[in-house]
Design a binder for this molecule. Structure first.
Ligand SMILES: *[C@@H]1O[C@H](CO)[C@@H](O)[C@H](O)[C@H]1NC(C)=O
Ligand SMILES: *[C@@H]1O[C@H](CO)[C@@H](O)[C@H](O)[C@H]1NC(C)=O
Ligand SMILES: *[C@@H]1O[C@H](CO)[C@@H](O)[C@H](O)[C@H]1NC(C)=O
Length: 361
């Protein structure tokens, strides 16, 4: 089922209502800041500072980024769902700018640049620290260490009271899990032999729960966690695991659904322990599956082939300026590279995230 006209209208009405509310309170931001943790879906440039091959700081990445048309380190031709600012999440929350990548020069050199949050995400990271180690990404444990350092820098710059208000009022977004499957479980014969897909998803719930508990203990009270996307529909998955069928890989999508079900249960368990915390699992599975299954209803024409290169596999260093085949205009494509949506698809996903995110406010 696609984004048929009736739900789309309902969505629009709700979005309009949300936007209006925000405009009415324009003088006061709904939340003081945003903290972002996780993987390449939300990394806005931290990996630029790392010796890793999982990077996107060269063209054609960023070619449609507003104003600069230059690479930023985002794994996209333009903006990520988390920084989409037309009707978008960040602006709708009343924030004036995207949180800077914590390893960026700006964030590293100036404590004041951190007063509306920071982005700690790193392409290649997963719930398992071992997943991040495979690509030299910043593990979630390390991202948490950076967050602790962030807190003391904010306190040094703006005082303890302001730092505490920023910590408790901010929205925390966590996006992880895809790399644990695609860059680790599915390609690591040892893991494959040790765990069934069901057991592997269980093994990810413990680090998920600890991560959220750690955020809570550090003062976070509004946390959104993204579900897994339909990993079997990512162009690189179709190529690597599809056996030539050309369609979404059902086995992988099933694994994502198992994971998502457990994630919901694990999140509920944490919520029960902490009634003073808002914790929402954002479903990105269904919105992305809808785009892939019925691209035309959302104004897209290509949801199998990605724009970059042959569109079957290229990502990171393989998606470079002279990769043959890159499309001229990514607007009608759902996927920018083998693993990541286009700016245009991220805008659609952002609308869905925003709607679900209202529960955190
Ligand atoms: C920034 O924060 C660090 C760590 O708390 C502190 O040592 C440093 O003095 C701060 N710099 C400024 C200019 O406040
Ligand atoms: C995926 O799950 C569906 C529903 O549970 C099941 O019918 C199907 O056989 C599964 N497919 C694979 C490849 O595991
Ligand atoms: C890309 O295509 C869209 C329609 O699909 C069009 O609106 C847009 O102007 C095109 N952009 C460029 C740079 O040609």
């Amino acid at each position: 089922m696609g984004l048929s006209s009736v739900p789309a209208t309902a969505v629009l009405l709700l979005l309009t209502a949300a936007t209006t509310t925000v405009r009415l309170c324009a003088a006061q931001a709904l939340v003081p800041g945003m903290m972002i943790f996780g993987d390449s879906v939300v990394d806005a440039g931290n990996n630029n500072r790392l010796p890793t091959l999982v990077r996107a700081d060269f063209p054609p990445y960023g070619r449609d980024f507003p104003e600069t048309h230059a690479p930023t380190g985002r794994f996209c031709n333009g903006k990520l769902a988390t920084d989409y600012t037309d009707d978008d999440a960040v602006e709708s929350l009343g924030l004036s700018s995207y949180p800077p990548p914590y390893l960026s020069e700006e964030a590293q050199s100036n404590n004041k640049s951190l007063l509306h949050g920071a982005n700690f995400a790193s392409g290649g990271a997963g719930y398992l620290d071992a997943t991040a180690a495979l690509s030299g990404a910043i593990s979630l444990s390390r991202q948490l260490d950076y967050f602790r350092e962030f807190q003391s820098r904010v306190a040094a710059s703006a005082g303890g009271q302001r730092a505490a208000a920023l910590t408790s009022g901010s929205i925390y977004l966590v996006s992880a899990g895809t790399s644990d499957y695609l860059q680790n479980y599915y390609v690591n014969p040892m893991l494959g032999a040790t765990y069934t897909p069901d057991q592997f998803s269980d093994a990810l719930m413990q680090p998920f729960t600890s991560f959220v508990e750690n955020l809570y203990n550090l003062g976070a009270r509004r946390i959104g966690v993204t579900s897994l996307p339909p990993t079997g529909c990512l162009p690189a998955s179709v190529t690597l695991f599809g056996g030539g069928s050309g369609g979404c890989v059902e086995r992988l999508n099933n694994d994502s659904l198992i994971f998502n079900r457990k994630l919901g249960a694990a999140a509920n368990a944490v919520k029960q322990r902490h009634p003073d915390m808002k914790l929402v699992v954002f479903d990105i599975y269904q919105p992305l599956l809808d785009l892939v299954s019925n691209p035309t209803s959302a104004g897209f024409f290509e949801s199998r082939r990605a724009c970059c290169g042959t569109g079957t596999i290229e990502t990171s260093v393989l998606c470079h300026q002279s990769a043959p085949g890159t499309c001229a205009n990514a607007t009608g494509y759902v996927f920018w590279d083998g693993f990541h949506p286009t700016d245009a698809a991220n805008k659609v996903l952002a609308d869905s995230l925003l709607l679900q995110g209202l529960q955190l406010i």
